[in-house]
Design a protein around this ligand. Structure first.
Ligand code: 13P
Ligand code: SF4
Length: 305
């Protein structure tokens, strides 16, 4: 409770959400208490699908900047709020629109597939967007092999192996998933011999090779719900375990590494969500010229599903 109200912070958020006709979307890596007040918790694909469908006037995006930007690309008439303007994704900043333009000039006729973890300006220079949930489907839909995949080299490598398409990979990576090491998986497997192993395709290939499946965060949620799964080693950001335990209280989940924490995802707090709804700031907006081009790339992805 706060000094100036006899309502809990959760109650204040819910009341303001109603009066603002707002929807709260949260990524699977958000703090547990933020996930718990959200209308919808999901992976990047599900969140962009929700953002495309919402009837709300205000979208409070509890995630990182590129996610809020994608919601704004799809909803230019709505107010999209990112409760902490500094919640960025270092991987998204590993390629600029200028760098992409220069690379395209070296590769005539290239098709550019861009991970959703990228800026709107980079999406505007791209042909297709994808997430970790639909990257294989998106690349499979493209004719030929003249494909440039940006910015995540490891997701690109994973998709390349799954589709048999040799792609040129931009050397970006996720610093959080890089903290998961082969010895972490080997140690956890030894300690929990009956557990299956799922990892995120942002992990290095030597980690993916040790796993039963490489899945998006919501793909892991669905895997954990399978009746034949009772114990699971989870190779991704540690906060996913909040949702896994909430939805499967009788099962056991082990983080591959306690070091896999995304500091940017942790910047969003309940206090900041409340302040954001009170002030309708910080707002994320994309310049119209960039938005139109970026939307074409995101729409091509959403059509594939
Ligand atoms: P998902 O789309 O699998 O939720 O991943 C988003 C992300 O940023 C992973 O690091
Ligand atoms: Fe970016 Fe990695 Fe954080 Fe995902 S976990 S938002 S890819 S830094």
């Amino acid at each position: 409770m706060t000094a100036n109200s006899d309502k809990t912070i959760e109650e204040q958020i819910l009341a303001l959400k109603k009066s603002r006709n707002a929807v709260i979307l949260a990524h699977n890596y958000q703090r547990g208490e933020v996930q718990d007040i959200a209308d919808f918790v999901g992976d990047s694909l599900e969140l962009s699908q929700k953002a495309a469908q919402t009837q709300a006037d205000v979208i409070v995006f509890c995630g990182v900047h590129f996610m809020a930007e994608t919601a704004s690309i799809l909803n230019p008439q709505k107010t999209v709020l990112l409760p902490d303007a500094h919640a960025g994704c270092p991987m998204a900043d590993m390629i600029t629109a200028d760098q992409l333009r220069r690379k395209k000039a070296e590769m005539p006729g290239v098709t550019v597939v861009t991970y959703i973890n990228s800026t709107a300006a980079v999406k505007a220079e791209s042909d297709y967007c994808c997430t970790s949930a639909n990257g294989v489907r998106v690349v499979q839909s493209i004719k030929g092999n003249n494909i440039l995949f940006v910015p995540d080299q490891y997701l690109g490598d994973f998709i390349s192996k799954k589709t048999g398409k040799k792609m040129t990979l931009w050397p970006g990576y996720c610093p959080t998933h890089m903290r998961i090491l082969p010895e972490d998986i080997i140690r956890q497997k030894k300690e929990h011999p009956n557990a299956s192993v799922v990892v995120h395709p942002e992990c290095r290939p030597d980690i993916i090779a040790l796993a039963d499946e490489a899945l998006s965060t919501s793909g892991m949620v669905r895997y954990a719900a399978r009746p034949d799964v009772q114990e699971l080693i989870v190779g991704t950001e540690v906060e996913l375990l909040h949702r896994l335990y909430k939805e499967n209280p009788d099962k056991k989940f082990y983080p591959a590494s306690d070091k896999a924490v995304c500091p940017n995802m942790k910047l969003i707090t309940l206090e900041k969500v409340l302040k954001s709804l009170e002030t309708l700031t910080p707002e994320v907006k994309v310049p119209e010229e960039i938005r139109i081009k970026a939307k074409a790339c995101v729409d091509r992805m959403l059509a594939i599903g």
